[in-house]
Every structure is written in structure tokens, then in C-alpha cells.
Design a protein around this ligand. Structure first.
Ligand code: ADE
Length: 237
């Protein structure tokens, strides 16, 4: 059984989009995963196929109607569908690699992409939707976030990643940022590669990389660094 992604969106033509090429595209053609995009508008019932309305309480923008959203969700998820239902919104819990691993280990995912000011809260609660955010910035809709989430999941499916990508995944799992990478030429525009990398001393190289990872994490991501300290995790060298 292939990993099954269903996307509810007002722009189904955005899928699989960039996921139709490279690693994810090959996996799609090989049947490792399936991607099905449903047009939320096709579940509207009025003559104008309305999907949104003005917010109760006033204010700017429009809100996606709960009745139309619920009908679309019912069509996407037959009874007994065990896949998590995720609503992509900047109000959601921040997506991280642990969440991605969890989604990838299951039967698939149903993603609801919001537009306008958002989705009526009642359908979020009634359907037990998991609200997930890609980061602390506002996209014009959930679609680009859905593509990012799917990309992160699909690369973890068995048979998708090669050895090189697997190694990167392991390194991120240790909780530190990656060390910097270099390749030929050894000197470029007057810039030399750090000499230790040309030394052939594997232990020295490992020590240098470890130091670079720690320094980058401390400096750029104090949140990650503090979490590692608190957990008392000794990340592998
Ligand atoms: N929709 C709009 N902005 C978003 C974000 N940051 N994450 C997830 N979905 C979004």
C-alpha cells in the first residue's frame, strides 16, 4: 500500500507541482506514494460556488465556510480513514522533524490548505484537525506549506532516499545544525578549503566538523542549543 496524500485546496493545479520531479517525482512514478488534490470549490452548493463569507464580529478579510470545508473533508476521508487531518495555518504548532517522522510512518496524510483569513473554528474542532505551521511568517495560503510538509515526509518513505540523503537525516536527528561542506577546487577565488579537510586524518576531520556543528547551533539557533543542554543529550561525534 502506497503512502496516500490527499490535499484539499482551492488551487489543485499546484499539486504535485515541484514534487513531480527529482526524488519525490521518481517515488510518485514508482507508486511509493500517491498524491490526490481535491478542489474545495467543487463542494460548494450555491449557484456562485461560494467557499467563504465575512467574519462574525467584523474585521478585514473573509473566512472559509465550515459547511463547505466539512463536505470536502468527508469526501476526502471515507469512514475508517486512519490518516491524520492537518490544517496548515500560521496559528499551528511548528512543524519539526519529529512530527515529519511521525507522519511518514503512518498510512499517509490529509492536508487542508487555507486561504483568506482562515477556516471557521468550528470545523477545526468538530473534525479534530491538527493545526500545523511552517514557521513564523505568513504565506498567501497553505499550499506552499503543504508542499514543504509533503516533501519532508516523502523523502523518509522506504526506498526514496539514497545513502547520502540518509546521512543528512541522521545528522539532523542528532539535534545539531550541519557542519559546512567543501568540494573541488581546493582553492577558489583566493579562498582555501580548511586545511584539516585535506589532511586525511579522519579523527581530526570528525572533531573539526563536530566543533563547527556546535558553534553554528549555539550562534544561530540558541533555542535548539538550549534544548540539547537541558536534555543532557550527548550527540554522537
Ligand atoms: N498558511 C499561511 N501561512 C502559513 C504558515 N506559516 N504555515 C502554514 N500554513 C500557512
Amino acid at each position: 500500500m502506497s503512502w496516500h496524500a490527499t490535499i484539499l485546496t482551492l488551487f489543485p493545479e499546484m499539486f504535485p507541482g515541484p514534487l513531480g520531479v527529482s526524488l519525490a517525482g521518481r517515488a510518485l512514478r514508482e507508486g511509493i506514494w500517491r498524491c490526490e488534490a481535491l478542489d474545495i470549490r467543487s463542494f460548494a452548493t450555491d449557484r456562485h460556488r461560494t467557499v467563504d463569507d465575512t467574519p462574525f464580529g467584523g474585521g478585514a478579510g473573509m473566512v472559509m465556510r465550515p459547511d463547505v470545508a466539512d463536505t470536502a473533508i468527508a469526501a476526502a476521508m471515507p469512514d475508517g480513514d486512519r490518516r491524520p487531518l492537518v490544517y496548515l495555518t500560521p496559528r499551528g504548532r511548528l512543524l519539526d522533524q519529529a512530527m515529519v517522522r511521525d507522519f511518514a510512518a503512518g498510512p499517509g496524510i490529509v492536508l487542508f490548505c487555507g486561504r483568506y483569513e482562515g477556516l471557521d473554528q468550528r470545523v477545526i474542532e468538530a473534525r479534530g484537525m491538527r493545526e500545523v505551521s511552517l514557521g513564523d511568517y505568513v504565506l498567501s495560503g497553505g499550499e506552499v506549506a503543504a508542499l514543504a510538509l509533503l516533501d519532508a515526509c516523502v523523502r523518509l518513505l522506504p526506498g526514496v532516499m539514497g545513502a547520502a540523503e540518509s546521512a543528512v537525516e541522521e545528522s539532523h536527528s542528532a539535534g545539531l545544525l550541519e557542519y559546512p561542506h567543501y568540494t573541488r577546487p581546493a582553492e577558489w577565488q583566493g579562498r582555501a578549503v580548511p586545511p584539516v579537510l585535506l589532511s586525511g586524518h579522519h579523527a581530526e576531520v570528525a572533531r573539526w566538523r563536530r566543533h563547527q556543528s556546535e558553534a553554528a547551533t549555539r550562534e544561530r539557533r540558541p533555542d535548539l542549543w538550549n534544548r540539547i543542554q537541558v536534555a543532557g543529550t550527548q550527540a554522537p561525534a
